[in-house]
Design a binder for this molecule. Structure first.
Ligand code: CDP
Length: 232
């Protein structure tokens, strides 16, 4: 594959397999993988722990000034864990209690500016795969490759249920379905950078693709974009 590094932006609805694809690409290409959703989840965890109200502007600004986020590579997981003020919060941010609040927190203008400013800096050297909701539209509108992922809603619910039930045996499929539908609704309808497909993004429906098939497909697109970059 070309040595010329590009930015790969992956956006889409909840639980479409964005992070799976992003991790596959990063491993294959030797790129950094950044899970932008983990940042919104970590901020939400801070808000929950400290009783921050989503409509209290002063409180939100104060909270953000006390939040420091960083990604630290975890050898065991072979991917980065997110740290909230020096604490590895990876074990807590996937809980349903965070998932139930995260879209409300991520819709706040100040929260988005805070996260987006950091995300933009991470792309300075290229060679990055970032997944989220506004990566191709707002964070990296200049990304050489933008993928917009979709998958059948029933398949998405089952995939997320399988992930969550391991740590939470009492969770129900209906709870998971409700959370995904609610987040997709809020994420798509918020005022600040709503989830939408960038005009120059390629749609990837992975409902019936294996992990290997999806990787093969996207690597072709990477090859194409990286070669075009070199030719420019
Ligand atoms: O893994 P999943 O697709 O379910 O969600 P996530 O990527 O962990 O993102 C959690 C939530 O953070 C989303 O539902 C959005 O509300 C928010 N988010 C966002 O607003 N913008 C991003 N770039 C990434 C996540």
């Amino acid at each position: 594959m070309s040595a010329h590094k590009i930015i790969i932006a992956i956006d889409g609805f909840s639980s479409c397999g964005k992070s799976t694809l992003a991790k596959q690409l990063a491993a294959k290409l030797g790129y950094n993988y950044i899970d932008s959703g983990a940042m919104y989840r970590a901020i939400t965890l801070y808000f929950l722990r400290n009783g921050i109200h989503v409509n209290d502007h002063e409180q939100i600004l104060d909270a953000l000034s006390n939040i420091h986020l960083s990604f630290v590579f975890n050898e065991q997981r072979q991917q980065s864990d997110i740290y909230l003020n020096e604490e590895d919060v990876e074990p807590y941010i996937r809980d349903l209690i965070v998932a139930e609040k995260v879209s409300e927190v991520a819709a706040i203008k100040e929260v988005r500016s805070f996260a987006v400013a950091q995300q933009k800096k991470m792309g300075k050297k290229k060679g990055i795969v970032m997944d989220g909701r506004d990566i191709g539209t707002v964070v990296f509108p200049e990304a050489e490759l933008k993928v917009f992922m979709t998958a059948d809603p029933d398949i998405r619910v089952l995939r997320r249920y399988d992930e969550l039930v391991a740590n939470n045996p009492n969770i129900t499929i209906e709870e998971v379905r409700h959370n995904l539908e609610l987040r997709d609704y809020i994420d798509s309808n918020r005022e600040e950078s709503p989830l939408r497909k960038a005009d120059d993004a390629i749609t990837l429906d992975n409902s019936n693709l294996t992990r290997e098939e999806q990787l093969e497909k996207v690597l072709e697109w990477v090859k194409d974009r990286a070669t075009n970059v070199v030719a420019k």
